[in-house]
Design a protein around this ligand. Structure first.
Ligand code: GCU
Length: 654
């Protein structure tokens, strides 16, 4: 059945292959088996897997040639084998090149709670935790974890945080740690390490200490003992992820200490075991004038104060995983501290598992943004992958979209976002188009004769399925921006759920920075958040020439216009439209784009199995309805302030 459970790993009938490998390990056994199960090359070929000491190969990188995979360690061999098989299936040639990962730590963050629920998860319950306090590991658990590990290994993901950043202290109790061990044992041969999120007040909540002050000797001792215990259970444990002094979570600031005090205390305890601390920079408080500035304000003064096994984990944008944000000004600015980007694979603000939104262009946009911090070409990617700054560890995190749903991610196309995260973490310079094409070939190619490139079927599949569906994927993120938050608008989603529109939502006594009007500032005199020198001054956090560019509406890219400026409704856009009209056209364009996705999809029916065809068709209908709702709700709401008509050639609100 084509229920999507196989993800992008649907090998066709394998040809016989001989594999020569002089060493033995569980990881190498997997590599050998994968070759035997998936070989699509010349029947009877002999492939050699060799562990070498090649200085050109870094970390778990590898070198492929026509009949061989070389690497410096077992994991590299495994990744090389998956690459080999991917190339065979997609028809990409095998070149004699060294292939090194961009980031050393390529890690998923699961926002899974011990009760099995998932914060911002739209694909069912947790694959790791259950609601019944049952810690016994079943055969089914093991099978699922193995499939999960294999999928991750196939795209180079080598770590996973097993629980929510809003961490329950329970996670450090022995029952949970034993389950962590069981998960780690399954993931290990696939090259994946496990990590945990911890609550900063665990010493009080679990250890019954009087304080969780990071400078208190008893607290330090408690964490040391706890970390020792973890390593006695999971010897290759990866480290800790911490959300502290953020959104009501406890943290070092509760004791008048800094983020550095908190992070370093944990880093010192982890150091003897080679563990790392990923300390999140997602911080903002109720009384800040501009939430977009706060992470920078809190962390910049601490640059240089963190231990070398601390990595500051920074969301791509300064607010919160919006459909479009400029990159966080912290990238490149903290020059003496390791930084890692955090992306959100789960579509909290991008239509949950109902909307088809391919996130690769969004991440590519962030990674390739020039920060100018060390001259031209100081992209976010180069500032974080070790190219520009010497970091002891380089890392990148993605908030997972994985749950117990048969197809793992809720929406069949949401699998592409998991796939993309792994591929970009491995090679930060991959283009969205290549990733989409690879993924479609691996996931949807369905030749009845079962041989890629062998028949007329292949030609028509390429022109009538691959081409239009790839284009739909590539356009989908911009479409979502258009029908949700065009021109730099942000955070106008409905409260809590963050699914539909809610620009009007502002109950009395609610924290202002949790209500949409705080972000759009719509009034009779215009719309947008003034972050210029005359406003909140957030532009100053960016290196020149960006600060000046963003500060002036004439030079600010229009996609960020209302992020940085509050402008009159009659403001003249580059197109010649007024700002109000432009907003109307953009919302309408988004709706039209989704309608066109429906047409594209309906037309490819002959190429898709009925299960997946119907599921995607149904979701696109929901997305279309929601896009119309977004357009109508936002335009009718903003129209109260603009007092201008919706251009008459556009569809009327329904
Ligand atoms: C968002 C999200 C929360 C999450 C938080 C975080 O605000 O809505 O559910 O906890 O990000 O990243 O910590």
């Amino acid at each position: 059945a084509q229920d999507g459970h196989e993800l992008w790993l649907r090998s066709s009938k394998a040809q016989p292959v001989n594999v020569v490998c002089s060493e033995k390990s569980p990881t190498l056994s997997i590599a050998i088996q994968e070759l035997k199960d998936g070989w699509q090359g010349k029947p009877g070929t002999t492939i050699t897997l060799t562990i070498t000491k090649d200085k050109a190969i870094q970390y778990d990188g590898y070198k492929l040639s026509e009949n061989a995979v070389q690497a410096n360690n077992n994991k590299g061999i495994l990744y090389g084998v998956y690459d080999f098989l991917r190339r065979q299936q997609t028809g990409e040639s095998i070149t004699n090149e060294v292939n090194n990962p961009s980031y050393e730590v390529r890690i998923l963050n699961h926002w899974d709670n011990p009760d099995g629920s998932i914060e911002r998860g739209y694909a069912g319950h947790s694959i790791f935790w259950r609601n019944d306090d049952a810690f016994a590991v079943t055969a089914q658990d093991k099978k699922l974890w193995q499939e999960y590990a294999r999928a991750n290994a196939s795209i180079g993901i080598n770590g996973t945080v097993l629980n929510n950043v809003n961490a329950s202290p329970q996670i450090l109790n022995p029952d949970y740690l034993n389950r962590v061990k069981a998960i780690a044992d399954i993931l290990r041969p696939y090259g994946m390490k496990v990590y945990l999120s911890v609550k900063f007040s665990s010493p009080v909540l679990l250890g019954k200490l009087k304080t969780s002050d990071p400078l208190d000797p008893e607290v330090i001792g408690w964490w040391k003992a706890k970390i020792k215990e973890i390593y006695s259970i999971v010897p290759d444990f990866g480290g800790l992820l911490v959300k502290a002094s953020s959104e009501g979570q406890p943290g070092p600031q509760d004791f008048g200490r800094t983020h550095a005090d908190g992070a370093n205390m944990l880093a010192d305890a982890l150091k003897p075991y080679g563990g790392i601390v990923m300390w999140r920079a997602f911080v903002y408080s109720a009384n800040d004038k501009d939430r977009a500035k706060q992470a920078y304000n809190e962390f910049m003064p601490l640059d240089g104060q963190f231990r070398d096994n601390v990595i500051i984990q920074v969301k791509n944008g300064p607010i919160d995983f919006q459909p479009r944000e400029p990159f966080s000004a912290l990238f490149g600015a903290m020059k003496k501290t390791s930084l890692m980007p955090e992306f959100q694979i789960t579509q909290e603000y991008l239509g949950h598992s109902i909307h088809l939104v391919f996130l690769s262009p969004m991440w590519e946009e962030c990674l390739q943004s020039d920060t100018y911090q060390q001259g031209d070409g100081s992209t976010v990617a180069r500032c974080t992958d070790g190219s520009i700054y010497q970091q002891k560890y380089t890392a990148i995190a993605g908030v997972a979209n994985i749950g117990l749903d048969t197809n793992w991610c809720g929406h069949h196309f949401a699998q592409a976002n998991w796939y993309t995260f792994g591929r970009l973490a491995w090679n930060v310079n991959l283009k969205s188009e290549q990733i989409a094409e690879e993924w479609l070939k691996l996931t949807f190619y369905n030749d009845p004769s079962d041989k890629l490139g062998s028949s007329d079927y292949n030609a028509s599949w390429t022109s009538d399925f691959l081409k239009p569906v790839k284009q739909m994927m590539l356009d989908s993120r911009e479409a979502a921006v258009n029908y949700m938050t065009p021109l730099g608008l942000h955070h106008i989603m409905s409260a809590n759920e963050h699914y539909g529109p809610g620009p009007w939502w502002a109950p009395e006594k609610m924290r202002a920075d949790w209500t949409p009007p705080y972000y759009h500032q719509a009034a009779g005199n215009g719309v947008g958040f003034d972050r210029t020198l005359k406003g909140s001054d957030a532009v100053e956090q960016y290196h020149q020439p960006l600060a000046s560019q963003f500060n002036d509406p004439a030079t600010c890219p229009e996609k960020f216009l209302l992020w940085f400026h509050h402008l009159p409704w009659s403001y003249q856009m580059k197109s010649g439209h007024t700002l109000w009209d432009e907003l109307c056209y953009d919302y309408d364009k988004g709706v039209q784009q989704v309608h066109s996705f429906q047409k594209t999809w309906d037309k490819v029916q002959p190429y898709v199995d009925s299960t997946r065809f119907i599921a995607v068709q149904r979701s696109l209908r929901g997305q279309s309805q929601n896009a119309v709702l977004w357009k109508d709700a936002c335009l009718l709401y903003f129209q109260q302030f603009s007092q201008m008509p919706i251009p008459y050639e556009l569809e009327r609100p329904v």
